[in-house]
Design a protein. Structure first.
Length: 275
């Protein structure tokens, strides 16, 4: 497993760096540029490989999905564990596990058939865009974040609850002041894990975001993410060309962000053990 992981890292990084060392593309222009058309060049002869719209699109849908899913997941977990544990274990827990197992293409198809037409007819625009992708990703990561939050809340020792209630605290005071504070590292880990899944999601986002390589000025305008551009372009390029190398550079950025999320999860878990 170590050899496989190291090989994947080496392969992606070596292919991604070829854009800057073989094709002589400026890393600053790659990160901050807004024009994406690797087959063309600007007036100075530099290829148009600005990845900023995809990076902003990936961060946009990820952060928005996390902001919506986190409160819902925490509320659902509190209800399942503290308020109605029997109903939660018998009904909601199996439902959450079922939602986790649904393939991404099913979520994308539902988003394409339901979310996009709803936005187009009742809100604004063509329906494709950040808003549609956020709605789909929120539903996708909600079961994962909820399940991990349930585990975090259940791990709080029972005598914490008993001591709080014995001191005269109400149920809500116990939940807010004792349980959630004690489970905070686990809840943060659940949210970061959900963000990692949202950031790396490809197919479902590609189906509803519109795949337009521009910086959107509205949530209801078509946009793109790193994963959507990768899935559309990787099969249409020749290995070793700039068009192919720059896609590997996008994959390297995606890999770096995934590693960042993993490091955050391990850091939060380590702080939890220390406490």
């Amino acid at each position: 497993m170590v050899i496989a992981a190291a090989s994947i890292l080496f392969f992606v990084i070596s292919k991604g760096l070829a854009t800057f060392f073989v094709n002589n593309v400026s890393f600053v222009d790659f990160i901050t540029g807004t024009d994406w058309n690797p087959s063309k060049t600007d007036a100075a002869g530099n290829p148009l490989v600005g990845a900023l719209p995809m990076i902003l699109g990936s961060f946009g849908v990820t952060l928005l999905a996390a902001c919506i899913a986190a409160p819902l997941a925490i509320g659902a977990a509190i209800f399942m564990v503290e308020i109605s544990p029997k109903f939660g274990k018998k009904i909601l827990q199996p439902v959450m596990e079922l939602l986790v197992g649904i393939p991404s293409v099913v979520y994308g198809f539902i988003g394409l058939s339901v979310v996009v037409p709803f936005i187009r007819e009742h809100i604004s625009g063509s329906g494709f865009g950040i808003a549609a992708a956020t709605a789909v990703l929120t539903v996708m990561i909600l079961p994962t974040v909820t399940s991990l939050t349930v585990d975090a809340i259940q791990s709080v020792p029972r005598h914490y609850r008993e001591a709080s209630l014995a001191l005269g605290a109400t149920r809500w005071q116990t939940i807010w002041k004792v349980i959630l504070r004690s489970a905070r590292p686990g809840i943060l880990t659940a949210v970061v894990f959900g963000m990692a899944r949202a950031f790396g999601e490809a197919l479902a986002v590609q189906m509803v975001i519109g795949n337009s390589v521009v910086i959107p000025t509205s949530l209801f305008e078509p946009a793109s993410t790193l994963t959507s551009i990768l899935t559309m372009g990787m099969g249409n390029t020749v290995m070793g060309t700039l068009d192919n190398n720059v896609l590997w550079s996008l994959a390297m950025v995606l890999l770096a962000m995934s590693l960042f999320f993993i490091i955050m999860i391990r850091f939060i878990g380590r702080r939890r053990k220390v406490k």
